[in-house]
Design a protein around this ligand. Structure first.
Ligand SMILES: Nc1nc2c(ncn2[C@@H]2O[C@H](COP(=O)(O)OP(=O)(O)O)[C@@H](O)[C@H]2O)c(=O)[nH]1
Ligand SMILES: [Mg+2]
Length: 465
């Protein structure tokens, strides 16, 4: 679809969530929005109303009887979300009113909107670029301050502007190379290859930084995975319960009680964490427990943070297994939690801490007691601090797999540009690789796009967005 293509049909859908609410809002967008709503509306003529005004009146049902009192808000093209004429109709939020309102609008000439069609129209009319449009979906899905911040940067165009700046630098770089090609035979002063290399190096750095931010960006968007692992009876399930202030997981002194991974989303500070309480790691002949242990290992592999739990009153076996467990995921942040501090002497705890800190200098060692809620807050603070440290001076992060993939392609292409400049190869080849860097960046913001890609993106939205 070309940006600026205008639709000639008018669409409608309920934009508030499915179900009963105090108010429901239907959105009507398209060239005939005012005429259609006017045909079932008793109140001031919307066709003649000024843009950005709200009006009180009544609205008819499919039989021409009064359905409800309603407030309509008028947005005239191009100053609306979709860039088209838009009327938002607020009614009482019963399921029946919502259904009847949509039926009436369809009878009067609207078509029911497809999933994501409003946002797709906003993109088509040039109101939003593609990354901004995707930001709309992320904004609606955001469940924490950090996810909201990332979505907001994307929706408000900070991210697109950053990409546009990079694209411009690449275009400039290409023209410098082309200048060299055009006038290579003559006595003209060019930017040296060294200077060009400096520009390419700086672009490479920006691209890879942005691409690499996806690891934490995806975690921030979906909930940062934290696996609570360790031997049976260390207090892993008790820790999940202490963090959620709930009896989510079964706690018992019977070894092997937890057999499946128990997932819980918890908001701490700016982030949403996805805690995974796992089956304790031990040798077992129980088939079901064995499957649970495999799932524990899987959770550990995918986690961004591993909390390795140790029962301080019988630490020996736990300590034996730390190495093996940590090697499952060398990328993860490691917290070793020495639990049950309430039943061991402070001397023993100090000794144990000392011992483990010396052996695992990269890990954070904490003494806790889930039973007495001791240092659980400190553990929570540590979690947020670890994620804060990842996103330091990272205003912009990538939270979208499609963007990360495009950035990776661009990073590989700019690497070839650097190599070409270093090896002094012909400008033709370098110019080609610069275009290969620009192309994926243009797909992120949708300057280059295909109908298939747009369909994939927008059908993931709900109806009404
Ligand atoms: N004294 C003491 N006991 C604890 C503490 N945390 C857990 N427990 C006990 O240790 C046993 C095993 O706890 P559980 O959470 O099921 O361990 P898991 O197998 O690692 O999930 C239970 O009897 C808990 O009550 C603690 O901080 N102090
Ligand atoms: Mg358990």
């Amino acid at each position: 679809m070309e940006p600026n293509s205008m639709n000639n049909d008018t669409i409608c859908a309920i934009s508030t969530p499915a179900g009963v609410g105090g108010i429901a809002v239907a959105r009507v967008s398209g060239p005939d929005a005012f005429r259609i709503v006017d045909s079932l509306w008793h109140g001031k003529s919307l066709s003649n109303a000024a843009s950005h005004t709200a009006h009180l009146g009544t609205i008819d049902d499919t039989r021409g009887n009064m359905l409800d009192q309603a407030v309509t808000t008028v947005f005239k093209a191009p100053n609306s979300f979709t860039g088209e004429n838009v009327v938002e109709i607020s009614v009482h939020g019963s399921r029946w009113i919502q259904r009847e309102l949509i039926a009436t609008l369809c009878k009067a000439g609207c078509r029911l909107a497809e999933p994501g069609e409003y946002t797709r129209r906003a993109f088509a009319s040039g109101r939003l670029d593609l990354a901004e449009a995707e930001g709309v979906a992320d904004m609606i899905a955001a469940n924490s301050r950090a996810a909201h911040r990332a979505a907001s940067n994307q929706l408000r165009g900070h991210y697109s502007r950053y990409l546009a700046k990079m694209r411009q630098q690449l275009v400039d770089l290409a023209s410098l190379i082309e200048l060299e090609l055009d006038f290579g035979e003559e006595e003209v002063e060019f930017a040296s290859r060294q200077q060009l290399n400096d520009i390419a190096t700086s672009l490479h750095k920006s691209l890879t930084r942005l691409r690499d931010s996806y690891a934490s960006g995806a975690a921030i968007k979906q909930g940062i995975p934290v696996a609570i692992i360790g031997p049976t009876n260390a207090g892993k399930s008790s820790l999940l319960n202490a963090l959620t202030h709930d009896d989510r997981a079964i706690v018992s002194d019977i070894h092997g009680t937890t057999r499946d991974v128990v997932d819980d989303l918890i908001e701490i500070g700016d982030y949403q964490f996805r805690f995974q309480d796992t089956a304790g790691l031990r040798e077992t002949h129980d088939t079901i427990e064995q499957i649970g242990i495999e799932r524990s290992i899987n959770a550990a592999r995918k986690a961004r943070i591993l909390i390795y739990m140790v029962d301080s009153s019988s630490p020996d076996k736990a300590i034996e297994n730390i190495d093996q467990t940590l090697s499952l995921n060398p990328e993860a942040h490691i917290i070793i939690a020495l639990n049950k501090a309430d039943i061991v002497t402070p001397q023993l705890t100090a000794q144990l801490t000392d011992n483990i800190e010396r052996q695992y200098p990269e890990a954070i060692v904490l003494t806790i007691s889930t039973k007495q809620q001791q240092s659980i807050d400190q553990l929570s603070d540590t979690l947020t601090r670890l994620i804060d440290s990842e996103s330091q001076d990272n205003d912009l992060i990538v939270t979208n797999a499609r963007h990360a993939q495009a950035l990776d392609q661009a990073a590989q292409a700019i690497e070839r540009v650097k190599a070409g400049l270093r090896d002094n190869i012909s400008g033709d080849f370098i110019a080609h690789d610069i275009r290969e860097t620009i192309h994926p960046l243009a797909t992120i913001t949708g300057q280059i796009t295909t109908d298939d890609l747009l369909a994939t993106i927008f059908t993931r939205f709900c109806i009404g967005k």
